[in-house]
Design a protein around this ligand. Sequence first.
Ligand code: KG4
Ligand code: ZN
Length: 808
Amino acid sequence: MEKTTRQRLIASIDTSTDMLACAIARIDEDAFARGDASSLEILASRDHLCRRRANVELVLTLRDVLAEAGYAVEDLDALIVGRGPGSFTGVRIGISTAKGLACGANVPLYGASTLDATAWTAWRGGVRGLVGIAADAMRGEVYPALYRIDDAGIERLFDRERVVKAAAVVDTWLNMPEAGELQLSGDGLKRYGARFREAGFARFVEEGLWHPTGEGLVRAALQAAAERGWDDGDPALVLPIYTRLSDAEENERRRLGTAPSARSEVTGVADELAGRHLQIRPMGAADAEAAASLEATCFAGAAHTPWTPGQFLSEFSEDAAVPRTWWVAHDDGELAGIAGGMVVEHDIEILDVAVAPERRRQGIARKLLSHVSYDAQMLGCTSASLEVEAGNDAAIALYASLGFMEAGRRRGYYGPSKDAIVMTAQLPLALPVDAASPEPTSAAMRAWPVPAARRSADERALVERLKPVLAIESSCDETAVAIIDADGRMLANQVSTQIDFHARFGGVVPEIASRKHVEVIVGVVDAALEEAASTLGLAGGALEPCELAAVGVTQGPGLVGALVVGVAFAKGFSLGAGVPLIAVNHLEGHLFANLLAQPDLKPPFIFTLVSGGHTMLVHVRDWGDYQVLGETLDDAVGEAFDKVAKALGLGYPGGPIISRLAETGDPKAIDFPRALNRKGDYRFSLSGLKTAVVNYIEQETAAGRVIHLPDLAASFEAAVFDVQYKKAWNALRDTGAREYCIGGGVAANPHLREMMTRKLGRQGVRVTLPPQGACTDNAAMIAEVARRKFDRGEFSALDIDADPNMTL
Ligand code: KG4
Ligand code: ZN
């Protein structure tokens, strides 16, 4: 169908609720520019209930509705997506798909509030007057919204989206002077309608109008544009409306007593709480040595006499009548700071605050003191006090900013003419709120849509011949994108890691992982397209989505909420750019990482996969023909590293920390158990080893002995790797294979790499190791698999979903 140049074709989608909303609309160009809906025409729409199948149905529904309207994706001028609030996963499916579509098709993407769209649904259904929408937020909560609706449209009577207990909304609305006029709508009524009815509400909007619709979304976006104008529509900037942090972050925020920052309201992730690998944990006896040496460095030349290890140790063995609280900040196992004090009546006497000189001005002292002060409050304290050397202006300024005031002086306390200033503060301390952190902005403030690349005929021919395949990996806590060409050359390899956002929780928090993927995916894809252009020496602009030959994506296994973001984005991108989709198994990716090091690797061979989620021994009889000889019965190897590091308070992820500690340790120092070590048994079990290590730590700590971390780390590694070697060697003998390779995050471990190469090499086995950087999750390995599937024409349909339980 012909579209005159004076018209704009818009598609809208929303999967925030059980309703998959989708419409194709046409609007006069000038009216669109003004946000004026007067010429709006809905050409086709398909709003239907699709519980939990949104990711399966969304892209194909959009394609079908477009076709019904007589158009295809390349005709679209703009996209509108519902940003929620709603089901977190549902919102992310809609937004990720929309981002993929907008990037692939290079069109503007605009977000609209799902609640506004629901109000417009009521408007369309002829509802007029005061309307209260209670959208379902699960867990006894709703997203409440009040609107005044008249013939001209809807008017918001609330400042921002929030999540509130359904019972509290009943009360608030009941107490409004206009309660009698209020007409109720929203899918939260399916669950909580009875409460409203019992409280006396009698006017309900007809149930068929309780959801957002495709038309409602378009109207909501136009109304927002009429009020504020359109921006560039950069898909990188469209983010979900969550209304709350992840549970883990919300608990942490409450504990620290901080208010949510402006940025976290936008991204839904408490970025301000993420320090680079920095973690705060209670001090333990094992820290005594390190704490004393940190103190000695910090107070070199100062009047304060440094504490000895014995003094720190005695802090933990003192009687409980005088409670104490000590915290350490550490970074990859290195102590960066310490702070602690003891409770005297209702006052916490802060005995020590020390931050490593190279780590000052990073807010570490504040973080430590916030923990100390929180504990003090829990112990019934109402005030805090400390002494600081007169003249130490930096420290005095820090304490003053936390609310400490000078309460007196002790003359000559630190020696002749060295006074101590006594400072006191009321609890809680005035902890800083990072209100200044900026809202996310487009990385380079680029123009969107992206101007067409300028290519010479030769360049076009080159790209055509190279058939670049872009691959996306989002199964856990790295958002990664790589681009590989027909010759197997990696044109781009981008990884955005989220470790900082998870480290302080001692492991990956799935909800944070999903949020971060949504936040960064467009930026990582862009960076990869730019990197590819520069690798190829193309001067006229980044590689364009339509110049790609295919888009690959990790379908599973992994965290379902994280996988969904990559899969939805890739499907949108595939449709938007008009390139085929290739689903990749993440485990196969770890295997194929070996091809990055050894392109002539050929089955049959034995493959060991040791990652954070998997431990398996595989007989690779042919590419795609995998005989899994054995798997772990409990923890994966990487998981065991992480748990042991956590038990030692060393931080996350544990693998790199433990392997570094092990460098100087004696692997024979402690005899840890080797499980299922019988010949012919290819199964693994690591929970017994983990328990043995934890018991050892407890037993040594209870006995007041300082744990020798390097010996512990080396002995733990030896117990794990001995078993890995024996089983791999048995498998090689049993199958007659002469080749061996390895993969997964733990394969980055230098001791494992060295041992396998040396011991198996001695048996005449050729050992292949992936490049060290390609062991932990990355997209180059996914691209490697996608490339092979592309060559064989193995494409995927646009109705695939993430599969968290995929196996080899
Ligand atoms: O493959 P990966 O990045 O993610 C999964 O697919 O699970 O593996 C991550 C795991 C983590 O458990 C991490 O502690 C471990 O790999 N790891 C290591 C080392 N580097 C990462 N384990 C031992 N030694 C290392 N050097
Ligand atoms: Zn992995």
